[in-house]
Design a protein around this ligand. Structure first.
Ligand code: CAA
Length: 256
C-alpha cells in the first residue's frame, strides 16, 4: 500500500502516477522512496518493458517539498544526504517516459529531465524557481538542464527562476513531444507499449548508448555504441528482426 503514488500496469507498460493532490505532488521523502521502489519493482519485472511516469492534470510535481525542507538543518541535510535516494533512478535499465501536465517546477522539472524522454501537454509549465527560495536546483537542474539547453538558456532559467510553457520547453529540447492534454497519457502509454514490444537487449543498449553521450567524450561514446551494436549481433532477436524485414513480416522477438 502506497501513500503518495499509484501504480498500475497496462500490458507490458508500468504506470506510476504521483499522487499528493493537496501538495501539487511535491516530492517529499515518502514520495521519493515510494517512487524509487515502484520503478525498481517494474524494472525487475520481466513482464514490463517500459515505464510511464505521470502526475495530475494540474501538476506533474511542483518541486521538492518546501514544508519538509524548511524544517531540516544543514547538519541533517548532510547527515541524511537528503537527495541521494534519487541516484537509484539513474540505475533503472528500461526506458522511463515522463507524461507531464501542469506544473513541473524545481525538483519536478528535474524529475522529468531524469526520465529518458518527456512528453508534455500544452498546459505544462517548466521552471527552476529555487533561486527565489534562497537555494539552487538540487536534483541535477544545473547539470541536466545545461546539457539539454546550453549555458546561456540554463543561466537564464536558473538565475531568474522564470517559468516556460510546453512549446518553449520543446523548442529548447527539454520536451520531445507536445500533445493535447486529453490524449497525453494514452499517447505516451501507446509509445511505451511500442518500446516494450521491441527486443529488450536492444532497448537497454539504446538507452545506455544515448546516456553515454552525456557521460563520456565523443570518442569513448562512439566506441561504447559500436561495441553495443556489435554485441547485439549475438542475440537471436537480431537475427529475427533482420529476417522479418527481408521476409516482409512483423518480427517476433523472444527477449522482450
Ligand atoms: N512544497 C510543498 N508544498 C507545495 C509545493 C512545494 N514545492 N508547491 C505547492 N505546494 C502546496 C502549497 O503550499 C499549497 O498547500 P496549502 O493549500 O496547504 O497551502 C498547495 O500545494 C497548492 O499550492 P498553491 O496554493 O500555491 O497553488 P497555486 O496554484 O496558487 O500555485 C505554484 C502553484 C505556482 C506551483 C506554487 O504552489 C508554487 O510556487 N510552488 C512552489 C514551486 C517551487 O518553488 N518549487 C521548487 C521547490 S525547491 C526544489 O525543488 C529544490 C530542488 O531542486 C530539488
Amino acid at each position: 500500500m502506497t501513500e503518495t503514488i499509484l501504480t498500475e500496469t497496462r500490458g507490458r507498460v508500468g504506470i506510476v502516477t504521483l499522487h499528493r493532490p493537496d501538495a501539487l505532488n511535491a516530492l517529499n521523502t515518502t514520495l521519493m522512496r515510494e517512487l524509487i521502489e515502484a520503478l525498481e519493482a517494474f524494472d525487475a519485472d520481466e513482464g514490463i518493458g517500459a515505464i510511464v511516469l505521470t502526475g495530475s492534470e494540474r501538476a506533474f510535481a511542483a518541486g521538492a517539498d518546501i514544508k519538509e525542507m524548511a524544517a531540516i538543518s544543514h547538519a541533517e541535510v548532510i547527515a541524511r544526504d537528503l537527495f541521494s535516494t534519487w541516484d537509484r533512478l539513474g540505475r533503472i535499465r528500461i526506458p522511463i517516459l515522463a507524461a507531464v501536465s501542469g506544473f513541473a517546477l524545481g525538483g519536478g522539472c528535474e524529475l522529468a529531465m531524469m526520465c529518458d524522454t518527456v512528453f508534455a501537454s500544452e498546459s505544462a509549465k517548466f521552471g527552476q524557481p529555487e533561486i527565489s527560495l534562497g537555494v539552487i536546483p538540487g536534483l541535477g537542474g544545473s547539470q541536466r538542464l545545461t546539457r539539454a539547453v546550453g549555458k546561456a538558456t540554463a543561466m537564464d532559467l536558473v538565475l531568474t527562476g522564470r517559468t516556460i510553457d510546453a512549446a518553449e520547453a520543446a523548442r529548447l529540447g527539454i520536451v520531445a513531444r507536445v500533445l493535447p492534454a486529453d490524449s497525453l497519457l494514452e499517447e505516451t502509454i501507446s509509445v511505451a507499449t511500442g518500446i516494450a514490444g521491441r527486443s529488450r537487449p536492444a532497448v537497454i543498449a539504446a538507452k545506455e548508448s544515448v546516456n553515454r553521450a552525456f557521460e563520456s567524450s565523443l570518442a569513448e561514446g562512439l566506441l561504447f555504441e559500436r561495441r553495443a551494436f556489435y554485441g547485439l549481433f549475438a542475440t537471436d532477436d537480431r537475427a529475427e528482426g533482420m529476417a522479418a524485414f527481408i521476409e516482409k513480416r512483423p518480427p517476433e522477438f523472444r527477449h522482450r
